[in-house]
Design a protein around this ligand. Structure first.
Ligand code: TXA
Ligand code: MG
Length: 374
C-alpha cells in the first residue's frame, strides 16, 4: 500500500484551507460528499469523514494504512449534548443502558463536553461495523475546538476522525504535521493552528451496567471522572481483551507500540539533571560520532546541551518540552518535539522520564512508553 501511496502522491495535490466561513462551507460540502478533510481539534488533528458512510470510512483506513481492527472515534456537533440527542441522531442505543449507566454518562457529558473526553457507548445498527471494528459499542466525542465545531455544525453529520497520522506514527498537532504525514494522500487540510492540549482524548467505556473503564489516559484524569460520577474507574491494564480472537481488542488503541518515531527511542532512567545521571554511549553500542537526540522535560535546551556535552560529546541535539516542567506544556509540546527530533540529524533518541505519573503525568508517561516500544 505504501508503494501505491508513493505513486499517487506524486500527482495528488493537498490543499491547505484557512478556517474562513467560505472554506468551512466547502469543507463541509466535501464531507457530505464522502470526501475526507483533516481538521484541527483541541487534542490532535483528526482525519475526518462521514461516520455513516462506508465509503468515507474505507478512505480513512486506507489513507492512514490503518488496520480495520482499530475502531474510530465519532465526533459530534455541540447541539448533540445529551444521551437523547445521540440516540435521536442514530448513534447510540439507549435501551440497553441501565439507569446507573445513563446517569453516569449524562453527568460526564454535562461536565466534560465539549472537551477531550471520548465515551464508549452501545451503538445502533446505523453506525457501520467498519467504524467500530465489529464491536457493539461506539466511541463518541464532542471536540471543543471552534473550527471543528463550525465544521461539524455546517456539515450536520457525525464525523469519524482518527488522529491524522499514518498508523502507529506520531500524532499531528499542527496542519504542517498533517501535511508531513498525509500530504499527497488527502485533498484538504483545514488549518486551525497548533493544538492546545497536544495529547489525544481520554477514552472511557461506560458499560451497560454503568461500570467505567479507562481505556486511554488523557487530559481528563481518573480523578476528574471520579469527582463527577463518584465512581472509581477500572484502569486499562486490568481490561481483558474482548471480541473475537485476533480481531478487536477491548481498546485496540492500547497497542504496545504507538506514536513511534522512525528512529529508535529509549527512556532514560533518570532526569539529565539528577545527580546520579549516567548515559554511556557504549551501553547502547553507539560510536562517539553517532548523533544523539535527547528530549528533556524542562529547562533551556541550549543550556542543557552545553552542560551535557562534556559527558556525551559534540554529536548531540537537545530539545526541551517546557521552561518550567508544567505538565500542560509538556503535553502540548510532546509530539511536536518528538517529531522535530525524529526529523533532526540525531540518529538515536532518548527521552527523560516524566517526573510523576499522577494526573496528566500518567498520560504523558503512557505516550512515551508506547513511543519507545518496538
Ligand atoms: O483526541 C482524540 O481522540 C483524537 C482527535 C482527532 O479527536 N482522535 C483519536 O483517534 O485519537 P484515534 O483513532 O487515533 O484513536 C481512537 C481510539 C483508539 O485507541 C481506539 O482503540 C479507541 O479509540 N476506540 C474507538 N472505538 C472504540 C470502541 N468501540 N471501544 C473501545 N475503544 C475504542
Ligand atoms: Mg491515533
Amino acid at each position: 500500500m505504501e508503494e501505491v501511496w508513493k505513486l499517487i502522491s506524486k500527482t495528488r495535490k493537498t490543499r491547505m484551507m484557512q478556517p474562513t466561513a467560505e472554506e468551512i462551507r466547502l469543507a463541509a460540502n466535501a464531507l457530505r460528499a464522502d470526501e475526507l478533510v483533516a481538521m484541527p481539534t483541541e487534542t490532535v488533528y483528526g482525519l475526518a469523514g462521514n461516520a455513516f458512510s462506508t465509503e468515507a470510512l474505507t478512505r480513512i483506513f486506507s489513507s492512514k494504512e490503518r488496520p480495520t481492527f482499530d475502531p474510530l472515534i465519532i465526533h459530534v456537533p455541540e447541539a448533540w449534548n445529551s444521551l437523547e440527542e445521540l440516540e435521536s441522531n442514530g448513534l447510540i442505543d439507549l435501551e440497553t443502558m441501565n439507569p446507573l449507566a445513563r446517569e453516569r454518562a449524562s453527568k460526564l457529558i454535562a461536565a466534560f463536553w465539549p472537551g477531550p473526553l471520548t465515551l464508549v457507548l452501545p451503538k445502533t445498527s446505523k453506525v457501520p461495523d467498519l467504524a467500530t471494528s465489529g464491536l457493539q459499542t461506539v466511541a463518541i466525542r464532542m471536540p471543543a475546538h471552534p473550527v471543528a465545531q463550525k465544521l461539524l455544525s455546517e456539515a450536520g453529520i457525525p464525523l469519524a476522525a482518527p488522529s491524522a497520522n499514518r498508523f502507529g506514527r506520531i500524532s499531528p498537532t499542527s496542519a504542517q504535521d498533517v501535511a508531513a504525514e498525509l500530504g499527497g494522500r488527502i485533498s484538504w487540510i483545514l488549518d486551525g493552528g497548533r493544538c492546545e492540549i497536544g495529547l489525544e482524548s481520554t477514552v472511557l467505556a461506560v458499560s451497560n451496567e454503568g461500570e467505567l473503564q479507562l481505556l486511554r489516559p488523557g487530559r481528563i484524569t481518573a480523578a476528574d471522572i471520579q469527582k463527577v460520577t463518584q465512581a472509581v474507574t477500572i484502569p486499562a491494564e486490568q481490561i481483558t481483551l474482548a471480541g473475537p480472537t485476533g480481531t478487536a481488542a477491548a481498546s485496540p488503541g492500547l497497542l504496545k507500540s504507538h506514536y513511534a518515531p522512525k528512529k529508535p527511542l529509549y527512556i532514560l532512567n533518570s532526569s539529565v539533571s539528577s545527580p546520579g545521571f549516567k548515559l554511556d554511549r557504549k551501553d547502547f553500542g553507539l560510536a562517539p560520532d553517532t548523533r544523539i537526540g535527547i528530549l528533556v522535560m524542562s529547562g533551556d535546551s541550549a543550556q542543557i546541551k552545553a552542560r551535557l556535552q562534556p559527558l556525551l560529546g559534540e554529536a548531540l541535539e537537545v530539545r526541551s518540552l517546557s521552561r518550567d516542567g508544567s505538565f500542560e506544556k509538556i503535553a502540548r509540546n510532546l509530539f511536536a518535539e518528538l517529531r522535530a527530533l525524529d526529523d533532526s540529524a540525531a540518529q538515536v533518541l532518548f527521552a527523560e522520564p516524566c517526573a510523576s505519573e499522577e494526573g496528566l503525568g500518567f498520560a504523558i508517561a503512557d505516550r512515551l512508553k508506547r513511543a519507545s516500544s518496538r
